[in-house]
Every structure is written in C-alpha cells, then in structure tokens.
Design a binder for this molecule. Structure first.
Ligand code: IFL
Length: 448
C-alpha cells in the first residue's frame, strides 16, 4: 500500500516537472519581444512587412561592422553620420559583410572576424556588428548579412581551402590568374572540415546576443536576410561545370541549416545570377529552386563583364544598357517561374573616364543608376517580383591620399574592398547628383 502511495506521488511529481518543462519551452519561443509582423517575410513573389509590401532602396556597405568596432578599426561617429545621410536619401537596406577570415592574402582586409581554425571570433568586430545593428534599428533600416566570400578580399573560401588542405593560399593578386583561383575556391564546397568550421561560424554569429540591445541576432527584425556568401560561384566559367552538383547541394543544405537557426529571417545566396553560375541561366534557376532559398539575388557589372568601357562611353554605353536590360528581364522571368521575389543587390559604374578621384563627375554612373531604377519602378508598378536593389557601393566619408588608391591596414574604409582602387565604384556622402537620383527613386517606390 505504502509503495503504491509513493509511486503515485512520484508520478504526480514527474507530471508536474514535465508541465513546467513544456511551459518553459513554449515560453522561450513566445519570449520573443517581436511580432512576426516586424520581420520581412516572403509571400509569393513579394516581400511584406506586416500587411504592406516591402520594397526597398539599398546600398552595399561591406565595412559597416568594421566602422562599428569600439577598437582602433572603428569610427562610430563616422558610422552614425553615414547612416543618417543614407536615411535622408531613402536608403534603408544595407548589405554587409558579417564574416571575414584571417589570411595572408595580399589584399584581404585586416583584421578579420574568424581568427583561426578553432572558430574563435574577433570580439571587437562582433561588438561592431552589434553597434551597427542597434543603430540601424533606431533608423528602421534592414540588414542583409553575408557569412562568407567567394573572393579574396575578406579571406573567404580560398582561406578555408588553405586552412584544411594545408596548402598555401592561392592569391590572384599575386599570380594575376583568376581561373585557377576560382577553381581552388570552389573546392571549399567539398571539404568536410571546412564546412564544419563554416557552420560553426554561422552558428556563432546567428545565435549571438547583441551586447547593446540584448536581442539574439536570430530574433532581431533588423536582420532581413542571412546570405550564404558574397558571390558564391560553382567555379570558373572555363572549368566549373564539374563542381555544379556539389555547389547546388551546398546551397540547399547550408540554406537549410541557416533556416533552422533563424526561422523568422530570410535566407538568400548572394549569387550574381547567370553570370556567376557558369554563364548559364538554367543552372542559376536550378540552384535557386531550393525551398530553403527565400528569394533570388543577382548582380550586374557592366565593366567587369566587358559590356561597357568608361573610356569609350559614346561607343559602348547604349549597347551596355541594352545588354543590361536584357539581363534584368531574363532574371525577372526566372523569378516569376520560381514564384520568388528577386533583388539586384550589386550594380555599379566607375566615375567618368575611369578616374578614382572623388571630385570627378559621375555622369555615366547617374545615367546608369536612373536606368536601373526605372526598370525596377516599372516592374513594381506592374506587380512584378523585382522588389529591391542595393547599389555597390556606399563610400560615405571615406578619404585616401594614397597615390595608387590602394587600401592599407589602418586606412579609411571605402565601398570598394581592399583589392580594388579606393574610389572605383564608391558613392560618397557629397556625391550630390547620384544621391539625388537615388532619393528620387526612393520617393517613387514609396508612391507606388
Ligand atoms: O568589389 C567587387 C566585389 O568583390 C563584388 N563584386 C564586384 C565588385 C566590383 O568589382 O562582390
């Protein structure tokens, strides 16, 4: 009899403990201080914020977390002034580098977020990201954060490959050879140890709690999207086909992993479109059909892809615009077929005559931006999937007096990463004509 009573009490105690456990679990889900309405979500071919379509004018500001750092890398005063200028001109979405890797690459930014193969992270740069996100939240801005880079300027995939193959890093700024560099970087998708470290970094960043707002990153509506990498490619156009399946699998599996950590935020690839997928629009479509990819990204580089020569503008501009229009409509059609929104999250043009000095006029840049924006406005007005853009790149108050315009550790940050001339594609805070074009576009989108 006594045994039965004890058993009954034990069972009651277990039931009580279980209900406390269940209550605490559901509390941690509902503990979020944010409604779903505060997060950008995808519905069909559109983004929504609450019950309103979310369409945006954005910029690339890869260095945002660097400027936010409390250490010697940072300049918080410059950062907040730049955010104010951006906001004044209707620019409310920023695409930002959230993970860089320490490396010997000649032109890689220093310091870097990932310090070593153990996955130790630079605490000052993360405090910088905290600060940036907190300041963006105050201004109702949204962030797109990329977690790796196909290119060498932040360490990126080439550094992961070097870490886990024990080989020296293959540096295109030393060799001048791009195809072997791309093929080598694409080995990253298949190196299991590299993937483990990358996932460790992803987990650390996405589950971090912001030291200023107290908000876990994965519960912060300021973060619109996590992006797998900047411009991930399957490999070089010459030799990359054999890597495509590994690339496609990597996109799907990694995006699924990110989703599991950040179910209320969006996931995107950071890919350039057909030109970043072996020049093949079908392969771009295939790799973006994964249900773990919420929306499509594409980039458009009229100089890099030899559509435009700024030193021969009369001869090349019109045909560059025709090609650009075709490229945009081709990608919009893919988005329509997949039933997902699409964003042009990189496009840029040099200053006139290809001069870096920031006093040089930007007539062709302004014309090109206006053309791109009018395509977006027309598509938006027609209810299409072309829902936003981020020009490349915001350079803000950056200044250099280097004769070769190349960045060195300790110099101001520009929108142009360290592997390119500082001033190549940057839009500065006093580039009034360009800012006017951008602000007009913001007004028009608002009116739609
Ligand atoms: O700066 C470049 C950057 O690495 C990128 N795409 C092209 C930019 C301009 O060349 O992501």
């Amino acid at each position: 009899m006594m045994q039965k009573i004890i058993l009954k009490h034990l069972m009651l105690l277990a039931a009580a403990l279980f209900s406390v456990f269940v209550a605490s679990c559901s509390q941690s889900v509902s503990n979020s201080t944010h409604d779903n309405d505060e997060f950008v979500r995808v519905d069909g071919q559109n983004f929504y914020l609450g019950d309103k379509p979310y369409r945006y004018v954005g910029a690339n500001m890869w260095y945002g977390a660097y400027l936010g750092s409390p250490g010697e890398t940072g300049d918080r005063e410059r950062l907040t002034r730049e955010l104010d200028v951006l906001l004044e001109h209707g620019i409310t979405n920023l695409r930002i580098l959230a993970a860089s890797e320490t490396s010997d690459l000649m032109r890689a930014v220093r310091p870097a977020v990932v310090k070593n193969t153990q996955g130790d992270l630079d605490s000052e740069l993360l405090l910088g990201l905290d600060f940036l996100l907190a300041e963006m939240a105050k201004r109702d801005m949204k962030a797109v954060l990329y977690l790796n880079n196909f290119w060498q300027w932040s360490g990126g995939m080439s550094q992961y490959v070097a870490w886990f193959t024990g080989t020296e890093v293959l540096d295109p700024d030393v060799t001048g050879k791009w195809n072997p560099f791309m093929e080598n970087s694409a080995r990253f998708y298949r190196i299991e140890q590299a993937q483990q470290l990358y996932r460790k970094v992803i987990r650390s960043v996405i589950t971090r709690t912001n030291s200023i707002t107290g908000m876990p990153y994965n519960d912060d509506p300021t973060i619109m999207s996590w992006q797998l990498a900047n411009e991930p490619r399957p490999g070089s156009d010459a030799d990359g086909r054999v890597n495509f399946e590994a690339f496609e699998r990597w996109v799907d599996v990694t995006a699924g992993y990110v989703k599991s950590l950040a179910p209320r935020q969006l996931v995107s690839t950071g890919n350039e479109g057909a030109m970043g997928t072996l020049g093949d629009a079908e392969l771009f479509e295939r790799s973006h059909s994964s249900p773990n990819i919420d929306y499509l990204t594409f980039h458009m580089w009229i100089k890099n892809w030899n559509w435009f020569d700024i030193t021969k503008p009369e001869a090349t501009y019109d045909s560059a615009v025709a090609t650009a229009k075709h490229y945009m409509s081709q990608h919009v059609e893919i988005a329509q077929r997949l039933g997902k929104p699409i964003v042009l999250e990189e496009f840029g043009v040099e200053r006139d005559n290809g001069v870096f000095d920031h006093k040089t006029p930007v007539a062709y840049r302004d014309r090109f931006y206006a053309m791109v924006y009018s395509v977006i406005e027309d598509n938006t007005a027609a209810g299409g999937p072309f829902v936003g853009s981020n020009f490349w790149a915001w350079g803000g108050f950056g200044k250099t007096d280097r004769a070769d315009y190349m960045w060195q550790k300790g110099d101001d940050f520009f929108g142009d990463p360290p592997q390119e001339a500082q001033g190549l594609n940057s839009v500065f805070s006093d580039d009034e004509t360009t800012l006017k074009v951008i602000a007009k576009h913001a007004e028009r989108l608002q009116a739609l």
